[in-house]
Design a protein around this ligand. Sequence first.
Ligand code: NI
Ligand code: MN
Length: 225
Amino acid sequence: MNVRFLGHAAFELSDGEATVLIDPFLTGNPKAAAAADELAADAILLSHGHGDHFGDTVSIAKRTGADVVAIVEIANELAGAGLQKVHDPNLGGTVELDWGSVKLVPAWHTSTTPNGTVNTPAGLVVRFGGKTIYHTGDTALFSDLALVGQRDPIDLALVCIGGHYTMDRHDAVQAAKLIGASQLIPCHYDTFPPIETDAQAFKADVEAATATQVVVLAPGETHSL
Ligand code: NI
Ligand code: MN
């Protein structure tokens, strides 16, 4: 399967049969690697409702007919916006779809959608192409990150490192220890001035402290696993 970094916290998972988008913030994203109207999607998965994650969900879902999975308060807003295939789990819940599954797990953050719907943020544990991928969403460092990989080892973690709105690259090293993923792609940095950081220094620190391999992707680059 392939993981394409679309910029900020947005990723595309694809295996030649299905395409899954996570947090597709493209319009207004200075690091966007694609335009919203050129992306395919069988499903869109949202970690939380902030505009830099909610992004182009409505337009992509309307054009593609994609399933959308988001925590219940966001899901209700999306259904009200006219989307037909909306799934509304809460924390701990798993949604099974043709290509795999997604489970919502806790993240320490706040969240309101661009339309004002207050919601609880989440991380996403995705089963896709025989792999387990954990997108932390926006979060601070917290000890329960260690629980996520205890049920199924994490093949790939997608981890925020930019600071200011989330944990910074130093706390993210501690998060990497707790998550224990085989591989890790950092995200949510360098999009805007407050979240500029040194991803190569993060990679060096994680690889010195853990067995996790860090893959730094520029927006638009693809990693295969
Ligand atoms: Ni956020
Ligand atoms: Mn964010």
